[in-house]
Design a protein around this ligand. Structure first.
Ligand code: CP
Ligand code: NVA
Length: 303
């Protein structure tokens, strides 16, 4: 098999996503039935975390064990990564010892450099620019609840961050539209997402972005790595809190998603995230199932 990395959403095509969503559904069904599914017996995943995580760590670690493999967990603080060993050297060494690498880090260029020197597939577990595994889980969750996402409208309310960039990439690739509303100064960057302007529309008013949407979604006001801006962001984002009025502006059967962790009373009101339209727990669980499908695919191809 040729070496394939998953560094951004566009690293796979629509046909590959269709396969992965089907495969994730099968893997999920087996998991629920306590049926063994261990195609990655004797394979090892290295997970490198330069930022904190709950969902990404648990889903990749549990997922790899469930697939029959094992996991090595590294952080900046407890490895030579935090002591300025060049990324290229780390990549050459780690990728001689394991079969797959998952990285959560800062700049996208860091994961790209690692991938360039890696002998094994590298998966993006979140960078400043992208969070492709999360969007894969989000779209799988949408499909489970509502069917195909093609032609649908996703409202993005909040920061033009890694999640927003990845939604734009997904929209272009899978044929849906994103209605984006961010405060001034926190807009999405089309060049970073690398998309055409056809896949999204910008709205000043978050309420207008939500109008007629099939899915309303948001994320923290301050992403990891931007903590110094926290106070300024709290002021700038005050009107970008997803509330019941925004959900009422969306379609009556609209879903609400949030990649979590969430701050009730900031980017979303408790009545929305804990309300009947919210599918955030399914969304979090589905990280496990889609990433198992992804790891299997990167190592073994279509089964
Ligand atoms: N959504 C997400 O990636 O969560 P963690 O930061 O807990 O991994
Ligand atoms: N945008 C958030 C997502 C956390 C899962 C961050 O980068 O911190």
């Amino acid at each position: 098999m040729s070496l394939k990395h998953y560094l951004q959403f566009t690293d796979l095509n629509a046909d590959e996503y269709a396969y992965l969503f089907e495969r994730a559904a099968l893997i999920k069904k087996k998991f629920k039935a306590y049926e063994k599914h261990q195609p990655l017996a004797d394979r090892t995943l290295a997970m490198i975390f330069e930022k904190a995580s709950t969902r990404t760590r648990v889903s990749f670690e549990a997922g790899m064990y469930q697939l029959g493999g094992s996991v090595v967990h590294l952080t900046t603080g407890d490895s030579q990564l935090g002591r300025a060993e060049p990324i290229e050297d780390s990549a050459r060494v780690i990728s001689r010892m394991v079969d797959l690498v998952m990285i959560r880090t800062y700049e996208q260029t860091k994961i790209e450099r690692f991938a360039e020197y890696s002998r094994v597939p590298v998966i993006n577990g979140l960078t400043n620019e992208f969070h492709p595994c999360q969007i894969m889980a989000d779209i799988f969750t949408f499909i489970e609840h509502r069917g195909s996402i093609r032609g649908k409208t996703v409202a993005w309310v909040g920061d033009g961050n890694n999640m927003a960039n990845t939604w734009l990439q997904a929209a272009e690739l899978l044929g849906f539209t994103v209605h984006v509303s961010t405060p001034g100064g926190y807009e999405v960057n089309q060049a970073v997402a690398g998309v055409s302007s056809a896949c999204y529309q910008v709205f000043e008013d978050p309420m207008q972005a939500c109008a007629g949407a099939d899915l309303v979604t948001t994320d923290v006001w301050t992403s990891m790595g931007y903590e110094a801006e926290n106070e300024a962001r709290k002021k700038a984002f005050a009107d970008w809190c997803v509330d019941a009025d925004m959900m009422r502006a969306a379609k009556p059967d609209a879903l609400f998603m949030h990649c979590l962790p969430a701050h009730r009373g900031e980017e979303v009101e408790a009545e929305v995230i804990d309300g009947p339209q919210s599918v955030v727990w399914d969304e979090a669980e589905n990280r496990l199932h889609v990433q198992k499908a992804l790891m299997e695919y990167l190592l073994l191809g279509r089964l």
